[in-house]
Design a protein around this ligand. Structure first.
Ligand code: SAH
Length: 218
């Protein structure tokens, strides 16, 4: 069961969360405004209502998690989102990250490999607010060739390697933000696509994520 009532109390908790994210180094005002505007408790079972605005990941079923707000903010900031950016997200999960992108004016294409999570998202309460999110059931390693190329790509699970098909679906000058599993740590990388089809790579902090898995799960 989910609680879909927002109150001053939840709004206050969100403002505190935004202040915490500022202290942790998030500076993109667009990202902070989106997090301030989106009731994260709508995306979680009501059992988590009281703690929904703690800076923590929580279970969302099927062994998956909603990412920690700091992680969502960090990845979104690295994407340098502009209104009307065409963004591919791998790992829809709870739809929270997709909603942050949509709130910032991006056109979001999001893929989930877990059938049950994909089905759940059909009833997603915020759908009416965000006609700019399109949902797909599929394997993120394949991307969405029909809708390519994308301005930005965000992977929200730990990738075992940089998926070549996703690099191919980026525009020249486009960016991909991807946590890559290096064994002992999972490091956030930002790739920028070059005109010759290759990319440059910038390295950022370490994070923890559920694994990006091959194929769909029925
Ligand atoms: N962005 C989500 C985070 C969910 S956790 C949110 O805001 O809640 C990562 C998600 O990636 C999980 O739901 C998992 O099932 C999904 N996933 C893992 N590997 C995938 C793949 N190859 N293709 C698509 N989704 C994948």
């Amino acid at each position: 069961m989910k609680n879909h009532v927002d109150t001053y109390q939840y709004k206050g908790l969100r403002r505190q969360l935004v202040e915490l994210l500022r202290k942790k180094g998030i500076t993109d005002e667009g990202v902070l405004a989106a997090i301030n505007n989106i009731p994260r408790h709508f995306f979680l079972d009501s059992a988590f209502d009281k703690i929904a605005y703690e800076d923590r990941a929580f279970p969302i079923g099927e062994g998956q998690t909603i990412s920690q707000p700091y992680t969502v903010a960090y990845q979104t900031q690295l994407l340098e989102i502009k209104p009307n950016d065409k963004v591919l997200e791998i790992g829809t999960g709870s739809v929270y990250q997709a909603s942050v992108l949509a709130e910032m004016g991006a056109k979001v294409f999001t893929i989930e490999r877990q059938k049950k999570l994909y089905e759940k998202n059909k009833d997603f309460i915020f759908k009416g607010n965000y006609p700019n999110i399109k949902f797909f059931y599929g394997d993120g390693f394949q991307g969405l060739p029909t809708y390519a190329p994308f301005d930005k790509i965000i992977i929200t699970a730990a990738a075992p390697f940089i998926p070549p098909k996703l690099v191919a679906q980026l525009k020249t000058g486009g960016m991909m933000v991807v946590p890559v599993d290096l064994g002992p740590v999972t490091q956030m990388l930002r790739l920028t696509k070059l005109a010759d089809g290759g990319y440059t790579e910038e390295q950022f902090d370490n994070f923890s994520f559920v694994p990006m898995l091959e194929g769909r799960s029925g």
